[in-house]
Design a protein around this ligand. Structure first.
Ligand SMILES: Nc1ncnc2c1ncn2[C@@H]1O[C@H](COP(=O)(O)OP(=O)(O)OP(=O)(O)O)[C@@H](O)[C@H]1O
Ligand SMILES: [Mg+2]
Length: 262
């Protein structure tokens, strides 16, 4: 495996800098930090999707966020990934307080430091596998030829070195998810956020994807996997359990497995 996560606080864009060392909000050793985060959707009636959530993800961790349907997992991923803002509380990403950033800075933060993986893969069907992955660097200053070289390396690292010119429609579900993983990793993000990455895959294919996450993590990537599938826990180092919008347990996966009989 050659794919590693970038150092927390590095910026390929130059417009972002971590908060000053020693400042009260300094969390530069953390990749993602949430403090007292709540999210209420202003629907009718309003939905309290997250209630006073606090935790920190450090560089090099492989974290599973588990909980039943509707417990707030995707909402949590959106807040961690700066796709949405909390109603209350504070989110830091690589030491940067998300609430203090402009829209341009937030876009740069997402492009340079976060890799997203979704259940539905979201690949461009008319583009080759190589260009799908190269697009992971589209909003960076990297020239096309270098983007393609980096994409080829990322695809090698997920076992798809022989499929560079294939169209996604010619691939199996597991192979498509590997393309999405390569796209998420190609920019060496500080953290990869995956929402139900095995949700559309059969059990054996899902297990191979989780094994890949494990290998990428061993190679240095920081990964957060959101799932309602209890079997996923077997591959994680740490499990954060969410129930009805609250974190009800947070610790080593072994403890969670003993406590829940998973
Ligand atoms: N845009 C929205 N507007 C109003 N309510 C929402 C919105 N998005 C989510 N919710 C509600 O917030 C709660 C948490 O939803 P969320 O999607 O975070 O759950 P989840 O744990 O990801 O569930 P699943 O496992 O089914 O994906 C649910 O009650 C949901 O109905
Ligand atoms: Mg969800």
């Amino acid at each position: 495996m050659t794919v590693t996560s970038g150092p927390a606080g590095s910026s390929p864009h130059g417009i972002l800098a971590p908060s000053a060392p020693g400042s009260p909000n300094d969390s530069s050793e953390s990749v993602v930090r949430l403090e007292g985060v709540s999210k209420t959707y202003p629907s009718e009636p309003p939905v309290d999707a997250l209630k006073d959530v606090s935790f920190t993800v450090h560089e090099g961790e492989l974290v599973g966020i588990v909980g039943p349907s509707g417990s707030g997992k995707t909402t949590l991923l959106h807040l961690m990934g700066t796709l949405d803002r909390p109603t209350k509380g504070t989110v830091w990403l690589t030491g940067l307080e998300v609430g203090k950033l402009s829209d341009a800075e937030l876009s740069a933060l997402r492009a340079g430091r976060i890799g997203f993986i979704f259940q539905q893969f979201f690949l461009a069907e008319h583009q080759s596998v190589l260009d799908n992955v190269a697009d992971g660097l589209l909003y960076t200053a990297v020239p096309l030829s270098e983007r393609r070289d980096a994409a080829a390396r990322a695809l090698e690292s997920v076992g798809l070195g022989a499929k560079l010119s294939s169209l996604p429609t010619k691939l199996s579900g597991g192979q498509r998810q590997r393309v999405a993983i390569a796209r998420a990793l190609v920019g060496s993000p500080a953290v990869v956020l995956a929402d139900e990455p095995t949700g559309n895959l059969d059990q054996a294919t899902g297990a191979s994807i989780l094994e890949l996450f494990h290998e990428l993590n061993e190679a240095g990537a920081t990964i957060v996997v959101i799932t309602h599938d209890r079997a996923v826990a077997a591959w994680m180092g740490r499990i954060i359990q969410v129930l009805d919008g609250r974190v009800v347990s947070d610790g080593p996966a072994g403890e969670w497995k003993r406590a829940t009989g998973a």
